[in-house]
Ligand binder design. Structure first.
Ligand SMILES: NC(=O)c1ccc[n+]([C@@H]2O[C@H](COP(=O)([O-])OP(=O)(O)OC[C@H]3O[C@@H](n4cnc5c(N)ncnc54)[C@H](O)[C@@H]3O)[C@@H](O)[C@H]2O)c1
Length: 364
């Protein structure tokens, strides 16, 4: 019986506590939150569980074997480090840490202590992603062309990170899982409209083998959309996570480039076959993931969502942040140049004006 302590009982913490508490091999012994309202909820929902407002009661307690950290990302490193130093296995929320240096340090610490370190990449355990992984690995889609995701809704605004760090880890962990390669380049653009943190962003990742991924994340959308396209040479699929029954639709559609008979003569042949919706397991992802954590602790096996997987996601997030800043600087300086063009310049002929402007922008 693994004795578990949880730090953080805000929006996501209750899901973690409920799922660990429902596992046969686990007892949730302590839940900690510094917010008194959260503590009151713990006491009313889980009368047998000790409630505390001091994280040391979880991370250093001798009667706790493992710690789940469900607090904002800015606190993950300190809490995880303290738990690992005190010999606890750690289940930590996404994104793993605020920097890749912190992630690296925690990975080394866990390895030295021979402790399980798992990052909550929840989507790897949902039925839809497990099915997509199967289709990719079995070659049903053929060599991958692209992953294109839209993950938008109104809020919830996080106070310590931008929308990329809040929402993109889901897609980045799925992309990492499906493609299994490090990206060669990351480009991000976006805008901050309310609290100084980007709340709308567009991230493009370039992978080897000519695979491209694009993620649109947005806290300012009037509607919630969770739609992803995955395109391969043989088949393409649409994953709509808000669809209750047919979450994935696989299309036997594709395009083939025929023989080139001249520079401008590329013959395209389009294939439009059947569509099918494979059965998707509806088991709650966290139920499977928390069970998997217990299995990994018991067997000592390395989880698919270990610290290294967490680090790969943090590296992509850091690259996106860097690009976001540079892109904005570049875009603004260029925009200033265009807007600031002296009014006395006589208008150039339309065609001649369009060309240099377009090439200047592409070069940004
Ligand atoms: N895997 C998922 O699908 C998923 C979904 C939502 C959130 N999350 C992640 O879960 C984490 C928490 O997000 P949230 O939305 O629940 O945030 P939240 O702000 O709603 O809750 C965080 C809670 O942690 C408490 N807390 C913060 N620092 C603490 C400390 N040092 N000691 C004790 N309590 C502390 C706060 O009082 C708060 O109640 C984030 O990393 C977020 O990215 C993951």
């Amino acid at each position: 019986m693994l004795k578990l302590g949880v730090v953080g009982y805000g929006y996501w913490g209750p899901n973690i506590v409920r799922n660990f508490a429902s596992q046969a091999g686990c007892e949730v012994v302590t839940v900690c939150d510094k917010n008194p309202k959260a503590m009151a909820q713990v006491r009313s929902r889980h009368p047998g569980v000790r409630a505390s407002d001091n994280s040391d009661d979880v991370t250093t307690s001798p009667d706790i074997d493992a710690v789940a950290i469900v607090t904002p990302v800015s606190t993950h490193y300190e809490l995880a480090k303290r738990a690992l130093e005190n010999g606890k296995h750690v289940f930590v929320e996404k994104p793993f840490t605020a920097t890749s240096a912190q992630a690296q340090e925690l990975i080394e610490l866990a390895e030295r202590q021979r402790l399980t370190l798992m990052v909550d990449h929840t989507f790897l355990f949902c039925g839809a992603v497990r099915k997509i992984k199967e289709l990719v690995d079995e070659g049903v889609l053929g060599p991958l062309y692209y992953y294109d995701s839209m993950r938008v809704n109104l809020g919830l605004f996080q106070h310590d990170v931008n929308v990329i760090w809040d929402l993109a880890p889901h897609d980045l962990s799925v992309i990492d899982h499906l493609i299994g390669l490090d990206p060669e380049g990351v480009v991000a653009t976006g805008g901050a409209h309310l609290n100084g943190f980007a709340d709308v962003a567009y991230i493009t990742l370039y992978f080897p083998k000519n695979i491209i991924a694009h993620i649109n994340v947005n806290w300012l959308s009037p509607v919630k959309v969770r739609t992803t396209l995955v395109g391969g040479q043989r088949k393409m699929l649409v994953w709509n996570d808000l669809e209750p029954a047919e979450k994935i639709k696989v299309y036997d559609k594709g395009v083939e480039a025929g023989t080139r008979q001249g520079v401008y003569d590329l013959l395209m042949s389009y294939r439009s076959g059947d569509m099918w919706a494979p059965r998707v397991d509806q088991t709650e992802a966290l139920e499977l993931e928390t069970r998997y954590f217990l299995e990994c602790v018991a067997s000592g096996k390395t989880p698919i969502n270990d610290g290294r997987a967490g680090l790969r996601v943090v590296r992509m997030l850091e690259a996106a942040d860097l690009s976001l800043k540079h892109r904005r600087d570049i875009a603004l300086s260029r925009r200033t140049r265009v807007v600031g063009a002296p009014p006395s310049v006589p208008p150039a002929p339309v065609a001649a004006a369009a060309e240099p402007a377009r090439s200047r922008f592409v070069a940004a």
